[in-house]
Design a protein around this ligand. Structure first.
Ligand code: FES
Length: 112
């Protein structure tokens, strides 16, 4: 049980489409983002493990041209969307920090 924890609406479920743009939100005092991949919503802190900078190259644009991997706008590191693990680039082997979100089919919410 999460007594005392609040949750905040991040986006409508329908606004997160497979391979599409992500949504940025604040949670736990930091900037985060959510995407839909392989049919489910995943979320991470918007901090690259290389330098701590934000990942998106335009606000909400996190994926590569094929919509398969998360790409860091600064030095081009590539991350698996389902795990957050860096598979190419200067932080290879490191991972994005996951953020707990829940998709009830109507809204995506994050615990604060
Ligand atoms: S800041 Fe992300 S790869 Fe360097």
């Amino acid at each position: 049980m999460n007594a005392g924890r609040r949750s905040a609406r991040v986006a409508s479920s329908s606004s997160l489409v497979e391979g599409g743009r992500g949504v940025r939100f604040e949670s736990g005092g930091g900037l985060c983002f959510a995407l839909r991949v392989e049919g489910r919503v995943v979320a991470y802190r918007n901090e690259c493990p290389h330098t701590g900078g934000e990942l998106d190259w335009n606000e909400g644009d996190f994926l590569d041209a094929e919509g398969r991997l998360i790409v860091c706008a600064t030095h081009g590191a590539l991350f698996e969307p389902s795990s957050g693990r860096c598979v190419s680039g200067p932080c290879r082997g490191a991972s994005l920090e996951p953020v707990a979100v829940r998709d009830d089919g109507e809204s995506v919410v994050a615990a604060e």
